[in-house]
Ligand binder design. Structure first.
Ligand code: NDP
Length: 595
């Protein structure tokens, strides 16, 4: 085994970080509005006319992705039928509606990532299901729970206002709707607003261009199911960005394009994926009653529990990462169980893993200079870890060119070219794999502010940072619920598990309110303050979001993540889910007031 020079690595990490640092932080990206608004157009479903709604529903849910589907499924199971989902896409699925780029698939094992498998009787076809199957599963959930009839698709909420006199929310949309709801819940997704890099000249480009979340199959040919993109055979294509999205679509582009230029600012760490089809016999035997909950809990316990379960049912890159770190710490002699030595053991395990990942690049990439440029020099959780079995090999194809920008990014775009270090790369098409807005204010990403009791705006309530109970309830905003990962479990490796627990909890609270004849439910000021105090009493940042990481959306572009968004329950995700189960099972929902 090769020995690792930790000091040398630390220095190299710091040098690479310094290359990528820039003062403008999030302002380097441009919002897709005005002349750039067309980048947001839905290429998948035509928008059809409909009559605006002016009626009343018991529950309105804003967002038709996993958060909305799961919560509304639980509401229906609780016997609450009068539920309406409002969704900006032309169908359900959220991120899986929009992200149809070639090669898209989930990165967390399907058995824990895809929600409500047991309820809908679906067996994921692969360990990591491809995007079309996940989109179809979203539609399956919507059909199973009868969510289509009352839904408003291709509809964006523009205004959400509490009306005290009859304890109702008034919801206005960009389609002229103005309807009311007794309860409103929202699950907007952490990454749903595409962004473009603010590269000088970006608007001058005369060729074709699109963002990965609005893939233009009319231009490329092919389809999301994997039909070859034959129209690219004579094209010179640029892709800007090498994050988790690019890692999945570059192998497909590499097969199709006449020439492909990959513009890289920071390389991703790309570990083994080892996808495989599901064996139906194994599944039939394994999938006994309650199987998905057992898998969810096992995954989360492997990731975030204090006691490491003996078994790792999921066996994916995430559980491997977590188990490895834990085993390193547990291998310390008892006298070394101090916070400093435990952190040092964690760090060593990280250096070892990243060295392995860098060695994998040398094994798989033929050209030594390209291989060197594809190596990631930072700690694994500084950026989103990626897993892929074809990405690195793509760079061995003669038509694929890695253009490394040494942390600086693309210099300029002209009418026909992408420019780096003064060299012009003439291309027919630019694909922006440049990610999504994170860290911009809630109301900018949502597209609406929320006006609660006594005219209080959510932007005012959160002016000094997000404050909630469980990440769900905000004082001053009765009968409103937010489904998100922060200030609750904060489980980033399997986002749908957060929603599974959050959705069930919200359904139980609404049922309790309706059964008891209450008009309103709201977190008390004390209930919220106590929760925030508890969160701040724990460790405030995990490995994710540290300012000394290489910049990216995890750490607010090098400035350090906003602590409030990354707060999680002090005991970790597993402890949070256990706490939440007890809290809701008691039936009094302590900290909430029913009126
Ligand atoms: P990211 O924000 O992760 O990546 C954006 C990319 O664009 C980065 O490589 C960034 O470089 C690059 N970039 C930005 N500006 C410039 C510039 N001026 N010049 C050159 N390059 C530039 O977006 P993704 O869409 O890849 O992923 C977003 C998230 O979505 C992931 O982190 C993950 O959470 C999720 N996702 C999940 C998947 C799954 O589960 N299967 C698949 C895909 C995405 P730099 O790194 O230097 O900022």
């Amino acid at each position: 085994m090769t020995t690792i020079d930790i000091d040398a690595l630390k220095q190299r990490y710091a040098e690479e970080r310094a290359k990528r640092l820039r003062a403008d932080g999030n302002d380097q990206y441009i919002q897709l509005k005005d002349q750039l608004a067309h980048y947001l157009d839905d290429p998948y479903t035509p928008v059809t006319d409909r009559v605006p709604k002016t009626d009343h529903v018991t529950v309105a849910f804003i967002g038709g992705g996993f958060a909305g589907l799961i919560t509304c499924a639980r509401l229906k199971e609780a016997g609450i039928d009068d539920v309406r989902i409002v969704e900006k896409g032309g169908d359900f699925g959220g991120t899986w509606y929009w992200n149809r780029y070639p090669g898209a698939m989930c990165d967390t094992a399907s058995f824990v990532y895809m929600p409500l498998l047991e309820e809908t009787g679906h067996m994921p076809s692969e360990k990591y299901a491809h995007a079309p199957e996940i989109l179809e599963h979203s539609q399956r959930i919507a059909k199973h729970y009868d969510l289509y009839d009352n839904a408003l698709l291709h509809t964006e909420v523009t205004d959400l206002e509490w009306r005290d006199e009859d304890s109702r929310w008034v919801i206005r949309t960009n389609r002229g709707d103005e309807f009311t709801a007794q309860f409103v819940a929202m699950g907007l997704g952490p990454l749903h607003v595409p962004k473009l890099p603010g590269i000088p000249g970006i608007q001058d480009f005369k060729g074709h261009s699109f963002h990965t979340s609005r893939w233009d199959y009319d231009y490329t040919g092919g389809d999301p199911a994997g039909a070859p993109m034959e129209k690219l055979a004579d094209k010179r294509v640029a892709i800007i960005g090498t994050g988790a999205t690019a890692v999945q679509c570059i192998p497909e582009l590499a097969k199709a394009c006449g020439e492909l230029f990959v513009f890289q600012r920071t390389p991703s760490s790309v570990d083994v994926r080892a996808n495989r089809p599901t064996d139906p016999e194994w599944f039939a035997e394994m999938a006994t009653e309650g199987w998905q909950r057992r898998w969810l809990e096992n995954f989360t316990a492997n990731l975030g529990g204090f006691v490491l379960p003996e078994e790792d049912l999921v066996e994916d890159g995430w559980t491997d990462l977590a188990r490895r770190i834990r085993e390193k710490i547990m291998s310390l002699p008892p006298e070394d169980f101090t916070p400093e030595k435990m952190l040092a053991a964690y760090e060593t395990s990280d250096y070892e893993k990243m060295s392995e990942i860098r060695a994998r690049v040398d094994e798989l990439v033929a050209d030594p200079e390209t291989a060197e440029n594809l190596k990631a020099w930072y700690r694994q959780l500084c950026k989103r870890p990626c897993f892929h079995d074809e990405y690195l090999q793509s760079f061995n194809q003669p038509g694929v060119h890695l253009v490394d920008t040494a942390g600086k990014g693309v210099e300029r775009i002209t009418e026909h070219s992408v420019v780096v270090s003064g060299v012009e790369y003439e291309v027919d098409c630019i694909i922006y794999a440049s990610g999504f807005e994170v860290g911009t204010p809630f109301e900018r990403r949502a597209g609406y502010d929320i006006t609660g009791r006594d005219g209080l705006k959510l932007s005012e309530a959160w002016a000094n940072g997000m404050v909630t109970k469980h990440g769900t309830h905000v004082h001053g905003f009765p009968n409103a619920f937010i489904v998100q990962i922060g200030q609750g479990a904060n489980l980033v490796a399997n986002v749908p598990h957060n929603f599974t627990e959050g959705g069930l909890t919200i359904a139980m609270i609404i049922k309790h309110a309706l059964d008891g004849g209450y008009r309103e439910v709201e977190v008390t000021q004390k209930g919220q303050d106590d929760w925030m105090e508890l969160l701040y009493s724990g460790p405030q940042l995990g490995a994710i979001g540290n300012a000394d990481c290489t910049p990216g959306y995890y750490n607010n572009e090098g400035k350090g993540a906003a602590v409030d968004w990354f707060l999680g329950y002090p005991g970790g995700a597993m402890a949070y889910f256990q706490y939440l189960d007890q809290w809701r099972s008691k039936g009094d929902f302590a900290g909430l007031e029913f009126r």
